[in-house]
Design a protein around this ligand. Sequence first.
Ligand SMILES: [Mg+2]
Length: 232
Amino acid sequence: MRLILFDIDGTLIHSDRIGRAAMARALTDVFGHCGAVDTVSFGGKTDWGLVHELMQAEGWSEVEVGARLPDFYARMAAAGQEMFTATNIRPCPGVLPLLAAVAARDNAVPALLTGNIQATAPLKLAAAGIDPGLFRVGAYGSDSAVRADLFAIALARAEAELGLQIAPRDVIIVGDTPGDIACARAGGGRVIAVATGPYPIATLQAHRPDYLFGDLTVTDAVLRALFDDQQV
Ligand SMILES: [Mg+2]
């Protein structure tokens, strides 16, 4: 059995910076300002970590930010409900046929490993025309400030909620940033990098993913990478 952990932003969907706009609104609602949300790098981080990074840079203490996180998550969900639509979120090339092919396999558990909070991940997917119910478990940006923690969380949930025994090497991340590659390494899993996010293919290559694609339109090649142990 293979646990396939899909990143969302830059991997499954493109969002025209609407995620930043939703975070800016939620931060302003909770903290009165949104800091450097327009310019900070989002790639490979988690929303929990980003809120701390942005607001501690504005002088809030770690304890003060932490105390406001539940309110931030609620505001973020409300902003996403209103702002994430089919006009500003679309699937990345090749994603819909790839997900259909993965869903048809009986030896794959499609799942999520994303920096988005649990409440907004399904909103983004649905806006892009991707059924959130396709993913049987997930680890989210509301589970840890540190993305590398999410590998073990996703694996533990797959085992606890689905009753499966999965070795770390049978876990494979599909992601678009060096943070996704580092997350896979932290957990002992493997990783397919795809250059549909902010990082060019040469940058991703330098972080030595197990597999690397320009995009996910090459369905058969991606399926071979997901289900074969042989390196390509
Ligand atoms: Mg991403």
